[in-house]
Design a protein around this ligand. Structure first.
Ligand code: HEM
Length: 443
């Protein structure tokens, strides 16, 4: 494993490497947050790479270069080899200037130490602390509590009297309530949690930033400071929770984190805080995006909507997976090669990074029949949305359970539902989905 560096490593190790025509045409697009708010443009860019250069060397402006992997099989091949392809150096896209600023401030690549930024053995040990909690048999025990929350949200929709913004009023808050209940955060604190998680994930969207002037700013120091302020607010909140759960343990994930031990010693404060951040943030925006995006896809394919309304319980399982494929809420993760590696005829050199393009894997013609069609009964459905290997999404069983509960409740009660205006989307190259879905309906 590479030793920590005082400045970000220069990714490009082979000076003779050049971009293919396809990569040169789309490299700037696949890092651009605005392109992720325009599905047709994104689909075109990824389809071209899959066709012409599936393991593409990309040198986008303002980012360190990387290999973009756009085929399902290649993303799986890399994801399952966690010793050869690690997360620690560079787990996600970040502007070069921001990376430099973080190194300057902290002497390393990360502001946090979350599971997605760590490698084994520490990653495995930390993940192990809560893994049990998120296993199917345990998650199933929460079914009734989750169904009660789903009922409450569909009641709320009914009470709104025939029109609402499905994303803003329902899809955004429902997964938040579920994950906050699991963390043991009181309902009164949810608006603050919502704001903080959105600031972390939606940092490039002008509507979601803490300081809106930063979107135009070239000032990376101010950008890093803004993220640090958000994290500081998180830290402050959860250090009180830690204190409380150490004194009075409860049946929640915060108690497991606060009292977690590794090799016989309590986990460090930074590890504990990072754990709360990843569970709170990863457990919310991702699921809101797929919950809302799945409903939107049905509204845009009326035959699929009527199929779903005809058999909500029978179809909820496949419809939920199709919603998660269709929306692919997590747009990428990255890995760094620890040794030279041959992939689809290209040689990835030790130290080079790879961008795992999940939205592309989920439209791969070699894996999915009619990948650009939304089908509520798609089966099999080998979705790439949850990643694979040692970092595969810890919350995937919970995400599926909560989406199924909401879809079953909604589609068994609602009589009609249709779009009532144009939807809009979040500009984010990491986690994103619909921002607004205006709907008209009748119960
Ligand atoms: C549809 C919803 C979701 C999607 C699409 C999603 C997607 C992902 C992806 C792509 C990864 C990285 C996988 C990899 O590197 O191979 C991940 C990791 C993770 N997810 Fe999710 N996620 C979702 C919901 C949730 C929920 C509800 C939780 C709640 C606890 C959660 C917690 C986590 C955690 C803790 C990790 C880090 C795991 C590790 O690095 O070991 N996710 N997720």
């Amino acid at each position: 494993m590479t030793a920590p560096l005082a400045t970000p490593p220069e990714t490009k190790l082979d000076p003779n490497r050049v971009m293919s025509p396809a990569a040169a045409a789309v490299a700037d697009q696949i890092v651009d947050p605005a392109v992720y708010a325009d599905q047709a443009r994104l689909d075109d860019a990824f389809a071209r790479l899959r066709r012409e250069d599936p393991v593409a060397w990309c040198e986008p402006q303002n980012f360190r270069p990387f290999w973009a992997l756009t085929k399902h099989a290649d993303i799986m091949e890399v994801s399952r080899q966690n010793t050869l392809f690690t997360n620690g150096e560079r787990e996600m896209l970040s502007l070069k200037d921001i990376e430099r600023q973080v190194y300057a401030d902290l002497g390393g690549p990360h502001l946090l130490k979350t599971l997605v930024q760590l490698d084994d053995p520490l990653h495995y040990k930390l993940r192990h602390l809560t893994q049990e909690w998120f296993m199917p048999q345990n998650v199933k025990q929460r079914s009734e509590a989750v169904q009660a929350i789903a009922r409450e949200f569909v009641d709320r929709m009914e009470d709104m009297g025939g029109a609402c913004d499905f994303q803003q009023d329902i899809a955004l808050h429902y997964p938040l309530r579920v994950i906050m209940q699991i963390l043991g955060v009181p309902e009164a604190d949810e608006p603050m949690m919502l704001k903080l998680t959105q600031e972390i994930f939606g940092a490039a969207d002008e509507d979601l930033m803490r300081d809106k002037s930063l979107i135009q700013s070239e000032d990376s120091a101010a950008g890093v400071e803004s993220i640090q302020q958000t994290l500081a607010a998180f830290f402050m909140y959860f250090s009180n929770i830690t204190k409380d759960r150490r004194q009075t343990p409860r049946d929640d994930v915060s108690t497991v984190i606060a009292n977690g031990q590794i090799d016989g010693a309590p986990i460090g404060d930074l590890e504990a805080m990072s754990y709360y951040v990843i569970v709170a943030a990863a457990g919310h925006d991702t699921t809101s995006a797929s919950t809302g995006g799945g409903v939107l896809a049905m509204l845009q394919s009326p035959d699929q909507l009527s199929k779903m309304m005809g058999d909500p319980k029978g179809l909820s399982k496949t419809a939920v997976d199709e919603a998660i494929r269709w929306t692919t809420p997590v747009k990428h993760f990255m890995r760094t090669a620890q040794a030279d590696y041959e992939l689809r005829g290209r040689t990835v050199l030790e130290g080079e990074s790879l961008l795992l393009c999940y939205p592309s894997a989920n439209r791969d013609e070699d894996v999915f029949e009619a990948p650009y069609e939304f089908r509520v009964d798609r089966s099999p459905n080998r979705i790439a949305s949850f990643g694979y290997g040692g970092h595969m999404c810890l919350g995937m069983h919970l995400a599926r359970l909560e989406m199924q509960a909401l879809y079953e409740e909604l589609f068994s009660r609602i009589k009609t539902i249709e779009l009532d205006g144009a939807p809009s989307f979040i500009k984010a190259n990491f986690v994103g989905g619909p921002k607004s879905i205006p709907v008209r309906y009748r119960f």
